[in-house]
Design a binder for this molecule. Structure first.
Ligand code: FPP
Length: 251
């Protein structure tokens, strides 16, 4: 079926099992701005609007968990004015979405080396996380000052200090401990890399790459990524016949 409209696409997505956890590598803000002769920060500003749209839609369709790669450890090396602008956008987002997160039962979580964030952002983040701690609607995780290898190193150290290292003990020390299994990893802007994002967690995730630049990544592109996921057969190393015998390839 080819949906003819956004409501039809949303209805199609809602009618089938949703991924438990979707993560997005939000890429292409700079190119979006440069293509319009605008400063890069204009692309980040428009990207923040895409964040608002995607969060709202994810919550509306009932997604259990959404994780957004907002700032990597490597991003600290960008020009200071761009880093400052991104931190300001993040603080604005936290302030402007506080009410909506409370109203819509969204729980805010953050992963990464949060100690490196500027003090006002850290304070705002702690406040909104505390305010939304008991919400059960959707877990929104912002990856901030995040690196996948760094996450694995700290988890390995913590797991080793606590006892024998097993898959379960290592996983329990990841920053994502307690989040649902990552089912779908999306990257925008035509790049086909994972770029140090959720390296452990992506082990069995479906990957969806789209050429859409993140500032243009709104409802249609987001729902299309989920529809793409819903059309795939996930085998986890089994054969198609084994899965059919188990009653079908839903997960
Ligand atoms: C990548 O685009 C994007 C980022 C480094 C930052 C993502 C930030 C936002 C979407 C806005 C703020 C976040 C929140 C949560 C409100 P790029 O600059 O690398 O693009 P390019 O590859 O085209 O240069």
């Amino acid at each position: 079926m080819t949906p003819t409209s956004l409501p039809a696409l949303e209805a199609q997505v809602r009618a089938r099992p949703l991924p438990r956890h979707v993560a997005v590598i939000m890429d292409g803000n700079g190119r979006w701005a440069e293509a319009r002769g605008l400063p890069r920060v204009a692309g980040h500003r428009e990207g923040a609007e895409s964040v608002r749209a995607v969060v709202r839609t994810a919550r509306r369709i009932g997604l259990p968990a959404l994780t957004l790669y907002a700032f990597s450890l490597q991003n600290w090396a960008r020009p200071a004015d761009e880093v400052g602008a991104l931190m300001a956008l993040l603080a604005d987002f936290l302030e402007s979405e506080r009410g909506e997160m409370r109203q819509n039962a969204i729980r805010l979580h953050a992963i990464g080396d949060l100690s490196r964030l500027p003090e006002p952002v850290r304070r705002q983040l702690a406040l909104v996380m505390a305010e939304t701690r008991d919400n059960g609607g959707m877990i929104l995780t912002l990856a901030l000052s995040y690196g996948g290898r760094e996450e694995l190193v700290q988890a390995a150290r913590a797991a080793a200090a606590a006892g024998p290292v097993t898959e379960a003990s290592l996983e329990a020390h990841l920053w994502t401990a307690g989040l649902p299994e990552l089912d779908l990893l999306v990257r925008t802007s035509g790049e086909r890399r994972i770029s140090n994002f959720l390296l452990w967690q992506a082990a069995y995730a479906e990957l969806h790459f789209t050429d859409v630049l993140f500032p243009d990544f709104r409802d249609e592109a987001f729902l299309s990524a989920i529809a793409d996921f819903q059309g795939r057969q996930r085998r986890f190393g089994l054969t198609g016949a084994q899965l059919a015998a188990q009653g079908g390839p839903d997960r």
